[in-house]
Design a protein around this ligand. Structure first.
Ligand code: NAP
Ligand code: MG
Length: 404
């Protein structure tokens, strides 16, 4: 069989620990036999981030901006313990944070659904995609301890003029304060990314915030979304037969629980952080959740939502076979290859990506999976079998070979 040809390379961001091992296996077992893979490789493993003083992360982000599509392996975000473990000279920032900031993107997280793994919410028959704003708010705040008797104020200076707003008087008790911000430009990019993604998926878009309580801050988000919708997207939404809908976050939560799924839920940074973990768990597993960062100018970075699976890596180093679930990482690759195929007009590459995903889902539905899924799999007439990562990937490759 002739291998499928590519035109433009995909930006490949390698990572750490068990996911780095699984990364190689995915390429060897389910991609390279079928696709003449072209990639521009960046090694984002912690040792190489240390060796390059994190320049490699910035270079990788610039490459995605240039080439348009990237795929990223999970990476370690250093903490105090990792500083010692890897003899780091600095506590390098989260690569995801650096790339999100560079691309000014929005993160869309979508559960992968298979028959046999039922969402904890029985009514959810279609995936719910979370769109998380990836800039500002509490993730870029300043915080302070305020001793008893002190006073905290917000000071805004513009053209030499000072405006002061009292936050709190700490007369009765010591306390705490925080200052956070966002930018109209970033909120507008967030809105555009969400509207574009909804159009590309042909799904309704919901946006929620707490504008009743946060009458200036959250209200600004609501206004910018509405402006963008009215001025730039209303006609396209109507033509596509989809709707944009704003509601308060508490109302949104209630509606989400009662819904059937099949829509995109745009959330502010913190709401998206918390709600995406809730949705991933409720849909079955973090190992069945894909994540794509979309910039307002249409650059895409695909990744798995889980981490580097450290505990499995230590077992792997001792020579044990592990059943690390490769599905989310495999879907990051298929997502990136499909997008590359769309942009370069290579229908064979798009079909390969579709076939890879279908082969993966069919393999699980026939009862072959990693141990994490076996524990939650219930399907009439199918007795699930737990495989190692490599056995599972070979099963998928066999199926793929017959389809292609
Ligand atoms: P994790 O790597 O997601 O793993 C937590 C646990 O979840 C694992 O021990 C495993 O449970 C289960 N799990 C996660 N993914 C799995 C998979 N594909 N297959 C099977 N089981 C899976 O989270 P963590 O241990 O908190 O973090 C490890 C490292 O990842 C940290 O250094 C963190 O900085 C990094 N991290 C990176 C990203 C990213 O790059 N996007 C995101 C989150 C965390 P059992 O051990 O019970 O089998
Ligand atoms: Mg989180």
């Amino acid at each position: 069989m002739d291998k499928i040809k590519m035109l433009t390379p995909i930006v490949e961001l390698d990572g750490d620990e068990m996911t780095r091992v699984v990364w190689q296996w995915i390429k060897e077992i389910v991609i390279s036999p079928f696709v003449d893979l072209k990639s521009e490789y960046y090694d984002l493993s912690l040792p190489n981030r240390e060796a390059t003083k994190d320049q490699v992360t910035k270079d990788a982000a610039a490459a995605i901006d240039k080439l348009g599509v990237g795929v990223k392996c999970a990476t370690i975000t250093p903490n105090a313990q990792r500083m010692t473990e890897y003899s780091l000279t600095s506590m390098w920032k989260s690569p995801n944070g650096t790339i999100r900031a560079a691309l000014d993107g929005t993160v869309f997280r979508e559960p992968i659904m298979v028959k046999g793994i039922s969402p904890l919410v029985p009514g959810w028959t279609s995936p719910i995609i979370i769109a998380r704003h990836a800039y500002g708010d509490v993730y870029k705040d300043v915080e302070a301890i305020c001793p008893k008797g002190s006073k905290a104020e917000l000071v805004i200076t513009a053209n030499g003029e000072e405006k002061r707003v009292l936050i709190a008087d700490y007369q009765k008790s010591a306390g705490i304060a925080l200052g956070m911000h966002n930018l109209d430009s970033s909120i507008r990019s967030f809105a555009k990314s969400c509207f574009n993604y909804a159009l590309s998926k042909k799904q309704d878009l919901w946006f929620s915030s707490k504008d009743t309580i946060s009458a200036t801050y959250d209200h600004r988000f609501k206004d910018i979304f509405q402006e963008e919708y009215d001025e730039n997207y209303k006609a396209a939404f109507e033509a596509a037969g989809i709707t944009y809908f704003y509601t308060l976050i508490d109302d949104a939560v209630a509606r989400v629980m009662r819904s059937k799924g099949g829509f995109i839920w745009a959330c502010k940074n913190y709401d998206g952080d918390v709600m995406s973990d809730m949705l991933a768990t409720a849909f079955g597993s973090l190992a069945m959740m894909t994540s794509v960062l979309v910039s307002p100018t249409g650059k895409y970075e695909y990744e798995a939502a889980h981490g580097t699976v450290t505990r499995h890596y230590y077992r792997h180093l001792k020579g044990e076979q592990t059943g690390t679930n490769p599905i989310a990482t495999l879907f990051a690759w298929s997502g990136a290859l499909r997008k590359r195929g769309e942009l370069d007009q290579l229908p064979a590459l798009c079909s390969y990506a579709d076939a890879l995903e279908k082969a993966t889902i069919d393999t699980v539905e026939e009862g072959y999976m990693t141990g994490d899924l076996k524990a939650i799999f219930h399907k009439e007439g199918v007795e699930p079998v737990a495989l190692t990562t490599q056995e599972f990937l070979h099963k998928i490759a066999d199926k793929l070979a017959t389809v292609l």
